[in-house]
Write a protein that binds this ligand. Sequence first.
Ligand code: ARG
Length: 592
Amino acid sequence: MKKILDCIADAIKPAFTASGYDDSFAKITLSNRPDLCEYQCNGAMAAAKTYKKKPIDIAKDVADYVSHSQNKDMFSEITAVMPGFINIRLNPEYVAKYLNSMEQEPKYGLEESGKGETVIVDYGGANVAKPLHVGHLRSAIIGESIKRMGRFLGYDMIGDVHLGDWGLQMGLIIEELRDRKPDLPYFDEDHRGAYPAEPPFTIGELEDIYPAASAKSKEDEGFKARAQEATFRLQNGYGPFRAIWRHIMDVSLADLRKNYGNLGVTFDLWKGESDAQEYIPGLIEDLQEKGLAYESQGALVVDIAQEGDSKELPPCIIRKSDGAALYATSDLGTILDREKAYEPSRYIYITDKRQELHFIQVFRVAKKAGYVKEDTPMVHLMFGTMNGKDGKPFKTREGGVMRLEELMAQINGAVYERIMENRTVSDEEARKTAGIIGLAALKYGDLSNQASKDYIFDMDRFISFEGNTGPYILYTIVRIKSILAKYSETAGELGPDVKILGAASETEKNLMLQITKYHEVIPAGFKETAPHKICQFIYELSDVFNKFYNSTMILKEENKERQASYIKLIRLTKGVLETCIDLLGFEAPDRM
Ligand code: ARG
């Protein structure tokens, strides 16, 4: 369906043309003075310069023309006001008609503008064998939402978790394992034949091994050297270490899937840095042949500085002097892999903003070397830090890194307490509902901020049922569900020919106008990789709904046609809210 702003523009274009002005001036925006009008056209101000006329005269010509044209029924008001604005209010019947068609269309008439485009979304980015902590939380939450938005718009979205599965942590784990269980066959140089199919550790042990090894390597130079050597051997294909690596991967992946699953986050690809390795020798050779990579102080680098850079950007290091490949090299290898498999028309990477330089370097090398087409957008969506109430990066009370599971347990616990305050449901239902609301609180608390900004994790605020929070949105949906249930108990289901009628009150009209923004907000949210725009939209939608609800006797309405129209309108409101929260990655309970 056409966006309502475009419908209005189309209706006034003939007025511009007929009055002798170019119709490109017929641009409509939402009013910034809602007390005066709903929409406005400022085209007369711009046209005044071109036609050397007073803006008010142009505005009058246009408004007059529309008022006498066949399009006049669309408006309840279209007036020229000083110095040359055109103030517009829509006819309530027109708005109702628009909503009735929305109701009938799949996806409420959203145009699938992404058809035929393949987009890689690289998010999550957990490091295998290291616990998933809040630092990875934002990437997962934001990325999942971007992926869902794109998919809803018809893009072929491919979400890749891009695991950190090829670094020093693997060597650390191998050597720590050797110290703990020296008799394992992996450490017996004379071992012949296959290795055990059973992993030599549980996830619990593995979670203990990595931090212990990491701490040891900071104190014990010898241990660190061993870990580096083990990493090197693993990367060069040493069989026994590859076998341990496989176990680490299997055990960790099962755990990661569970953790991401609890967050409502799923991936199409579970690839990682290790999958890029086969491309690296060829990549290095190619960059050298193209004359892009050169030796500098023993390392191999590619210059990426460009004219117009506001600061000096260091070259991208492709290979260190000790021969080790690097994070950037692995990301370039991954790009080759993705190009081969999907030829994406867009890349979106989601990490914290400390990786800004890394991605500038990777993107520029990829384009310079021609691995990615010049006009393929490569977006790095950078997010800020999640801080505690003290304004410092979020930590546990003991000052450690908060584990994701721990964090979710805390939120769910707090929501549970709140539900039990006015205990109306069974304990079992309360726990289940707390999980649903807790996830919404966490995700909405994150997504409602502009991603690039730091934000404060404020549990009390996030779980509040009032204000700009996830639970408030859910509360609104639940309220609508309950009205709908009560209505159908007495009146049955809405018949197919029930229509939404023109608004009977101002609060009803505000609700209707807010719903029409849906067609604007979803494409904008995706294009600008800005889930907070969807949050803002549903917050306002919930607000206007609640104002309508408070001023309208829906279930006591005596005019049955009017009542059915209300019901249809609030059902549409619920549908739009539910669609949006699904794009944000959470859902609403039936009761709360
Ligand atoms: N594993 C990385 C980290 O924890 C994030 C990976 C992001 N994606 C990428 N293609 N580099 O920092």
